[in-house]
Design a protein around this ligand. Structure first.
Ligand code: NAP
Length: 310
C-alpha cells in the first residue's frame, strides 16, 4: 500500500543517513589508501567473481567495482558462464589466492544451483575472504579473536547503531530478525560482543511482534516487504532495516515498482527514536565495509596497523 511521505511533525524518529555515513567512511578509506601506496607501495586489490548473469548480481558487482576504482583500489572482475564447472571456479579462486596484487576476493552469491557455495567459500584464503563467510572468520568473530573479516552488511549496521544509540550499547536489549549466515547471525554476534542482550528471531519465532516490542535495538533482515509494523516498535527504539524488496508502485506508472524494507517505514518512524530508510540506509554501508575489509587485508599483508572506521 502506497503511503504519503511523512511530514516532520508525523515523524518522531531521527533518520539514520547511511549514504552520508558511508560517504564519510569511504572518504577516510581513500585517504588511507593513498597513505598505504605512498608509504608501503601497496595498492589494495579487490577481485569480484560473478558466475552467470543474474541481473541484480550484475548491478551489485558493477557498483562494487566502481567504488573500488573511485577509492584508488585495483579492481578486477571475473565473469564466468552460468554453466561453469565447479573445478574451474575453484581454480580461479586458487589463482586469486596466489596473486600478491589481490588482497580481497568476493564471489557474488547466489551461485547457479550446480555449484556448492560452502566449497567455494572454504576455497578462499581466510585473509582474502572480505565477505567474512569463511569458517575461520566466522569462528574468529564468535570467539572474539582479533583479525576476523566481519561480513560487510552487519559490520555496517553496527556502525549505524553506534551512531544512533544515545549512550552505551552495553546492556541494551537487541532483537535481530533473521538468522542468515550473511546478516542475522553475524549481526547478533557483533551485538553480543558489544554486551547487548541479544534475541535472534526467525520464521519459527512465536509472538514475533511481542519479541520485537521488547527491543531497544531492532535489526530486520528478513526480505519480507514491510512485515514489521509500527505497533511492534518500542517507543524510542533504534530500527535498522536491512531488507530490500520490490513492490508494485502504480503511483509511478503502470508496471513500475519501488524498493521497500522489512519495516513499514511510515508507521515505525512515528514511534522509533531513530530509523534507517530504504534505500539510503544499510545498502551504502555494505559497500563501504567491503572497501574497509579490502583495505584491512592490504594493510595486514604489509604488517601495517588496520585503520578503524567504527
Ligand atoms: P535470508 O538468507 O533469506 O534469510 C532471511 C531470514 O529471515 C531467515 O533467517 C528466515 O528465517 C527469516 N524469516 C523469513 N520469514 C520470516 C518471518 N515471517 N518471520 C520471521 N523471520 C522470517 O536473507 P538474508 O540474506 O539474511 O537477507 C535478508 C534481507 O536483507 C533480504 O531482503 C536481502 O535482500 C537484504 N539484504 C540487504 C543488504 C543490503 O546491503 N542492503 C545486504 C544483504 C541482504 P528461517 O531461518 O527460519 O527461514
Amino acid at each position: 500500500m502506497a503511503r504519503a511521505p511523512l511530514s516532520s511533525a508525523e515523524m518522531s524518529a531521527a533518520l539514520i543517513d547511511g549514504r552520508a555515513i558511508a560517504a564519510e567512511i569511504t572518504g577516510k578509506i581513500a585517504v588511507e589508501t593513498r597513505r598505504l601506496k605512498a608509504e608501503a607501495g601497496i595498492v589494495p586489490g579487490l577481485a569480484v567473481v560473478l558466475v552467470g548473469s543474474d541481473p541484480a548480481s550484475e548491478v551489485y558487482v558493477s557498483a562494487k567495482g566502481r567504488k573500488a576504482e573511485e577509492l584508488g583500489f585495483k579492481s578486477v572482475q571475473h565473469t564466468l558462464a552460468a554453466d561453469t564447472a565447479e573445478g574451474a571456479l575453484l581454480a580461479l579462486v586458487q589463482s586469486l589466492n596466489r596473486d600478491p596484487l589481490i588482497h580481497g576476493i568476493l564471489v557474488q552469491f547466489p551461485l547457479p544451483a550446480h555449484l556448492d557455495k560452502a566449497r567455494v567459500v572454504e576455497a578462499i584464503l581466510p585473509e582474502k575472504d572480505v565477505d567474512g563467510l569463511h569458517p575461520i572468520n566466522v569462528g574468529r568473530l564468535a570467539s572474539g579473536i582479533a583479525g576476523a573479516h566481519v561480513p560487510c552488511t552487519p559490520a555496517g549496521c553496527l556502525i549505524l547503531i553506534r551512531r544512533a544509540v544515545r549512550g552505551e550499547l552495553s546492556g541494551r536489549n537487541a532483537v535481530v530478525v533473521g538468522r542468515s549466515n550473511l546478516v542475522g547471525k553475524p549481526m547478533a554476534q557483533l551485538l553480543l560482543n558489544e554486551n547487548c542482550t541479544v534475541t535472534i528471531a526467525h520464521s519459527r519465532t512465536k509472538d514475533l511482534a511481542g519479541t520485537v516490542r521488547a527491543a531497544e535495538i531492532v535489526v530486520a533482515a528478513v526480505g519480507r516487504a514491510e512485515m514489521i509494523r509500527g505497533d511492534w516498535i518500542r517507543p524510542g527504539a533504534v530500527v535498522i532495516d536491512v531488507g530490500t524488496s520490490r513492490i508494485p508502485a502504480p503511483e509511478k506508472g503502470p508496471g513500475k515498482t519501488r524498493l521497500v524494507g522489512d519495516v513499514a517505514f511510515a508507521e515505525a518512524a512515528a514511534v522509533a527514536g531513530a530509523i534507517t530508510p530504504v534505500p539510503g540506509g544499510v545498502g551504502p554501508m555494505t559497500i563501504a565495509m567491503l572497501m574497509a575489509n579490502t583495505l584491512a587485508a592490504a594493510c595486514r599483508s604489509a604488517g601495517r596497523p588496520v585503520p578503524s572506521f567504527a
